[in-house]
Every structure is written in C-alpha cells, then in structure tokens.
Design a protein around this ligand. Structure first.
Ligand code: IMP
Ligand code: MG
Length: 185
C-alpha cells in the first residue's frame, strides 16, 4: 500500500478550509430547519466524515440514518434505474424532512436515483447537501441545496473520499497524480 505522499499532486482543500465551510453549512442548515424535524441521510461510505463533522456543526435536534448504493459497473449511465440499493434505511421517512448528505456529486446519477427512490416513500421534503460539486461532469439534473465547494474535473481523495477504498481518513481533499498512483485491484 502506497503512502499518499507518493501520489498527492496537490492539496485542493486544506483541513482548515473544510472545517470552516462545514461550520458555515451547519449554521445555514440549523437556521433553515429551526423548529422542524430533520433526518440526515448519509450515503455510505464517502459521506461519513462529512456527516459526523456536519452533525457537530448543527445546533438543532436531528436524527441520522444511512444508505449505500452501487452503480452497475463502470459503463452505467444516466438512468436512475442503473443504481442499486445495497443497504437501505432502517427509519421510516414518510412525512419527514430529509437531508441527503453526500461527499461528492459527479455525474449526479447516484443522488438522482436516490432522490427518485425516496420520493416514492412520501417524505415531507427532500434536500441535498454535498460537500463537493464536480459540476463539469454533471449528466443528471440534481438540485444541490447546500454545497461545500465546486471543484474542477480532477480525481480527488481524502475526507471520506477513497481510492480503491483507502485514504478516506485524510483530513484534507487531495488531487491524485494518476501516473503515480498504482491501482491495487
Ligand atoms: P455520481 O453518481 O457520478 O455523481 O458519483 C458520485 C460518487 O462517485 C461519489 O459518491 C463518490 O463515491 C464517487 N466519486 C466521484 N468522483 C470522485 C472522486 O474524485 N474521488 C472519489 N470518489 C469519487
Ligand atoms: Mg460516495
């Protein structure tokens, strides 16, 4: 297993900037949902670190639950039906205010299909909170209600985002130098 310093091209978003932005998002969300029920839905696994920091930045009572999805292989495109639920919620969402917490929105297909699915369960409202928005790559129409940062079309890792499932623990968002990263699978 390589040390991340072997393939880190640059630190795109340092820890202090991430933390400051998460506090701002937390304050904004707390204002918007004051006096209302709120259920945060974290999309595993990438959203975990963002979720736990965001929770600490919320000043209002809220519940959490988790969901995991996988796309049908690298060729999977556009249609929401090409995303499969691998871990479902344990909470009933009918009549509740849902806030989906995602690490990054790339093509937008993942979040679009999750929204489509959850809609069938009749929540009171649904919003999306994404730490990173790789806007150039968007294929699906996705409303991002709370956005941490818009980033360029580069492959990034750290702060929940993985490279072949590793390096999620790093406290910053780094850019991969592709010719230096040796794929493990
Ligand atoms: P989408 O369906 O194309 O929007 O894909 C979103 C998912 O792809 C995210 O939840 C991430 O797991 C993954 N992903 C997209 N871009 C990156 C990246 O630059 N680094 C790590 N994971 C990424
Ligand atoms: Mg993810």
């Amino acid at each position: 297993m390589q040390d991340y310093t072997d393939f880190l091209q640059e630190i795109l978003i340092p820890e202090e900037e991430l933390q400051a932005r998460v506090l701002e998002l937390g304050a904004e969300i707390s204002r918007d949902y004051v006096g209302q029920d709120l259920l945060l839905i974290c999309i595993l696994r990438g959203g975990v670190m963002f979720l736990t920091d965001l929770m600490r930045a919320l000043s209002i009572p809220h519940a959490i639950d988790f969901m995991a999805v996988s796309s049908y292989g690298a060729g999977a495109r556009s249609s929401g039906s090409e995303v499969r639920i691998t871990l479902d919620l344990t909470t009933a969402v009918e009549g509740r205010n849902l806030l989906l917490v995602e690490d990054i929105i790339d093509s937008g297909n993942t979040i679009a299909s999750v929204l489509e699915l959850l809609k069938t369960r009749h929540p009171k409202s649904m919003r999306v909170c994404a730490l990173l928005d790789k806007a150039e790559r968007r294929e699906a129409v996705v409303p991002i209600d709370y956005r941490g940062f818009t980033i360029p079309n580069k492959f990034v890792f750290g702060y929940g985002l993985d490279l072949d499932d590793y390096y999620r623990n790093l406290p910053f968002i780094g850019v991969v130098q592709p010719d230096k990263y040796l794929q493990t699978d």
